[in-house]
Design a protein around this ligand. Structure first.
Ligand SMILES: C[S@@+](CC[C@H](N)C(=O)[O-])C[C@H]1O[C@@H](n2cnc3c(N)ncnc32)[C@H](O)[C@@H]1O
Length: 194
């Protein structure tokens, strides 16, 4: 259960085990700048706000931006910058010390696509990597030297692919935590920019 007042919305991802796997393992030092892509309800950013007051969040789902704003307000959390848009578009030319993303990682066939904004919460394309790969290809441009990326995905979307890609992009990456569910492991991957 969250330690925060949590408003929810049918069009926005409800915090679940993956959200808390990230929130419980944040590697943020006081004063560091943090970008959370895909904030949803804002739950991870609210935990991050206990560690730093320099937080920017984005979401491609406008309802999520609105819900996060309400949750920050109802919990008396000021100063989190909320930006609407796709991946790094809203933060062009900006860099951060820590970048967080609980990705939409579920392998999703065309028939399973939901014609509503909640679809953004889980739809990782047929192999689960549609958004993960786009994110990984760009994340280095927005990270300060010595910075860290913390990403959540599923074993169904290929942990090894992510680790190999990060290695090729010049990061040192590891699976930092994982939890087993019926048919998948949810994993937290930490990647350090050297
Ligand atoms: C699994 S949910 C995680 C939500 C929240 N961070 C949490 O942990 O509970 C993924 C979130 O990423 C957002 N998202 C998906 N694709 C995105 C993209 N290309 N750019 C920005 N946000 C995206 C979704 O709208 C959704 O809010």
């Amino acid at each position: 259960m969250p330690d925060f007042i949590l408003n929810t919305d049918d069009n926005v991802y409800n915090p679940a085990e993956d959200s808390y796997l990230l929130a419980d393992n944040l590697e943020i030092q006081e004063g560091q700048s943090v970008l959370e892509i895909g904030t949803g309800s804002g739950i991870v950013a609210m935990y991050a706000s206990r560690l730093t007051d320099r937080i920017t969040v984005t979401d491609i789902n406008f309802d999520a931006c609105e819900l996060a704003r309400r949750n920050f307000e109802d919990n008396g959390i000021d100063g989190i910058e909320i930006l609407f848009g796709n991946l790094f578009e809203p933060v062009e030319n900006r860099k951060f010390d820590v970048i967080l993303f609980n990705t939409p990682y579920l392998p999703t066939e065309d028939d399973d696509v939901i014609d509503d904004t909640i679809n953004y919460a889980f739809d990782g394309g047929v192999n689960g990597r549609k958004v993960i790969d786009l994110f990984l290809n760009e994340v280095g441009n927005h990270l300060n030297d010595g910075g860290i990326v913390q990403l959540i995905q599923s074993s169904l979307s290929g942990n090894q692919e992510t680790l190999s890609m990060l290695d090729e992009l010049g990061f040192i990456a590891e699976i930092k935590a994982s939890e087993h569910f019926f048919f998948e492991d949810i994993t937290l991957i930490n990647a350090y920019k050297i």
